[in-house]
Design a protein around this ligand. Structure first.
Ligand code: MN
Length: 194
């Protein structure tokens, strides 16, 4: 098996009440595991067996793309979260101010993209080739890497991401998620993308 479920960086119960242990058990432990299992099965004996996950996301289509991108997107999403209730670093505040007017306005625009995305998908903060940050809505397994952008942060807005804790209230889930974002990780990714 080429791919396996990575260890979470935090205890499964530590994001509660924003994200419950039950959501982590199902979303991380079962949904993500299924994408990984499907991907391993589908790439067997194909050229994708020798490619990195990023390369597979960029080159594949159909079922291999869907499962590779869902694998990449989920690992990236869960890596962006923390139980430590972090304060946004001043350097990141300045970057968000330059790109979105203010950090608060970034959150507002990102949240409204999350509630405005119809159906299943992902909302992304990504950097273009000029170093400019933007908010991008992608349906289903979509990933802005495929369009040459560099992903910085994402929120999963598939119903399975919030239905256990928030039922149908996607807006409440998105409002709450800001409490568990690891701003240090976001800043590190911006520095690396430049
Ligand atoms: Mn998901």
């Amino acid at each position: 098996m080429k791919y396996s479920l990575p260890e979470l960086r935090y205890p499964a119960e530590s994001l509660a009440p924003v994200m419950s242990r039950e959501t982590i058990d199902y979303h991380y432990g079962k949904h993500l595991q299924t994408y990984i299992d499907n991907l391993n099965r589908m790439i067997e004996g194909t050229e994708y067996e020798d490619m990195s996950l990023e390369e597979t996301v960029c080159k594949a289509d159909g079922g291999i793309f869907n499962n590779a991108a869902q694998t990449w997107n989920h690992i990236f999403f869960f890596d962006s979260l923390t139980a430590d209730r972090k304060v946004m670093p001043a350097e990141l505040e300045v970057i968000l101010k330059d790109n979105f007017g203010s950090a608060e306005n970034f959150k507002k625009e990102f949240s409204s993209a999350c509630t405005g995305l119809f159906g299943s998908g992902w909302v992304w903060l990504a950097m273009n080739s000029e170093g400019k940050l933007g908010i991008y809505k992608e349906s289903n397994a979509g990933n802005p890497m495929k369009s040459g952008l560099k992903p910085i942060f994402t929120v999963d807005v598939w119903e399975h991401a919030y239905y256990i804790d928030y039922r149908n209230r996607r807006a409440a889930y998105v409002d709450a998620i800001w409490e568990i974002v690891d701003w240090d990780v976001i800043l590190r990714r911006i520095r690396q993308a430049k």
